[in-house]
Design a protein around this ligand. Structure first.
Ligand code: ADP
Length: 432
């Protein structure tokens, strides 16, 4: 029990004792009760009046209040002060949050659940072309950023992959846009200027393409002369040196060819492959023949199981390169005699290519990185077997252009399985 409440009880006790005393003294009971309790009630009514004034802020003085009323008022003041301080702290935090967003070089737009603009920073005005009106009228973001790619992206509502598009306010600048949800159905749209990054990437790509292109002709000449020379009668040691140099020069030729292919694929990364009808079973038959030649004396047990009526809409030379890389890998990275199966079949509405081998497999920690450029589990082994380290990277790019996906699974000691999944709109039925 609190002190002020005990004091109130004591006060009531004293009044009752006084009433009892005067009641005994006078022999008239009702009069002291009336005076005592009446006075007590009037006192409380007065305190209530002061309390009401205090609450309305007319008289700020808490001193007019007494007893439990004073205690209640002082508790209320403390609670209200604490609330005010908390509000101030929150508003300071909110200001700091907005100041941080304002200082960012990236455009930041806070959106409500229905994608109406709630707030944005200065960079959003510069990069996305938003104006003060947009905030005042709380307009929808897709009605403000006028670019078809942006409108599609927002309407599809899948924000896992960022969108790249030219800045609406300055078409020479390239933006990367992300959308993240936070709080109570709000989201933050961020637009980062990637113009410089794109320029550096283009310089790197052009450089690789130019170097590969420049190397191609001299290499062809070198390999040509070596071929000619190796047919001549030469001392055995020189003949061997020549053969080894020719192998290395041919390896360089394959690296240059793969680099050129990759830079061509990267050049217009988002461009979809052209839609000519590709006779996939015939393409695979040719590739399996090539793989048999590559295997040679190693005699891998290659078999092809293809649905003869199943074709694809796409670029034949790109698909040939991707499928070839998967099939030749199954020869290159497995020991002699290993069974290698190639399946080409329907997959629901779509189609799937499976290249499965029973080779040594790949440890799980490598699987994620296999399609990176020059990523090889065992560099020297791959080189020895004529690999360039670019094969799976080419596969990934070709599949992306054909709206397809690659799935790699492998169990060390049991083998690997590379699956390419093509969507229904790429599938055609071949006339037999
Ligand atoms: P490479 O030219 O070295 O074959 P890729 O990009 O085609 O380059 O493949 C990357 C790496 O993935 C290879 O170096 C090899 O370590 C591994 N790999 C690819 N296919 C297989 C396979 N069928 N079995 C085992 N390892 C494989």
């Amino acid at each position: 029990m609190h002190d002020s409440f005990s004091a109130e009880l004591v006060r009531l006790l004293v009044i009752s004792l006084v009433i009892l005393f005067f009641g005994l003294l006078s022999g008239v009971w009702w009069l002291p009760i009336l005076i005592g309790l009446g006075g007590y009630i009037i006192w409380h009514l007065r305190q209530m009046y002061h309390m009401e004034e205090w609450l309305h802020g007319i008289s700020r003085n808490e001193q007019d209040l007494r007893g439990i009323w004073q205690y209640t008022a002082s508790r209320m003041r403390k609670i209200s002060n604490r609330g005010r301080q908390r509000k101030k702290r929150l508003s300071r935090l909110l200001h700091r949050f907005y100041d941080t967003l304002e200082a960012m070089p990236d455009a930041a737009v806070i959106l409500k659940g229905d994608l109406r603009v709630q707030w944005f920073n200065v960079a959003a005005m510069e990069l996305l072309g938003l104006d003060v009106d947009a905030r005042r009228k709380e307009r929808r973001i897709q009605n403000l950023v006028d670019h078809p790619a942006f409108v599609n992206w927002i309407e599809e509502g899948v924000y896992d992959t960022p969108l790249e598009m030219p800045a609406p306010a300055d078409l020479s600048r390239q933006l990367q846009i992300r959308l993240v949800s936070f709080g109570n159905q709000q989201s933050l749209l961020l637009a980062h200027d990637v113009t410089e990054l794109k320029r550096v990437e283009a310089v790197r790509r052009d450089f690789i393409a130019d170097v590969s292109h420049e190397l191609r002709t001299p290499l062809t000449v070198v390999v040509g002369y070596m071929e000619m020379l190796s047919e001549e009668k030469l001392p055995e040691d020189i003949h061997q040196a020549l053969l080894s140099s020719r192998r290395q020069a041919e390896r360089m030729q394959s690296i240059v060819a793969d680099l050129l292919m990759l830079s061509r694929l990267e050049m217009n990364e988002d461009q979809v492959a052209q839609a000519e009808t590709v006779d996939v079973p015939a393409l695979l038959t040719g590739l399996v023949e090539d793989a048999r030649r590559l295997s040679g004396e190693m005699a891998h047990a290659l078999s092809l199981h293809a649905d003869e009526s199943l074709g694809l809409l796409g670029d034949e030379s790109q698909l040939g390169s991707a499928f070839g890389n998967l099939i030749f890998n199954a020869i290159r990275h497995t020991p002699a005699g290993t069974p290698v199966d190639v399946f080409w079949s329907h997959d629901g509405e779509g189609a799937r290519l499976v290249v499965a081998d029973q080779g040594p497999g790949i440890a799980p920690e490598h699987l994620q990185r296999l399609t990176e450029r020059f990523y090889r589990v065992d560099k020297s082994r791959s080189r020895e077997r004529g690999g360039t380290g670019l094969g799976l990277s080419i596969v990934r790019h070709v599949l992306r252009r054909h709206d397809a996906l690659i799935e790699i699974s492998s169990t060390p000691g049991e083998g690997s399985r590379f699956v390419c999944l093509f969507p229904a709109q790429r599938v055609v039925t071949l006339s037999l």
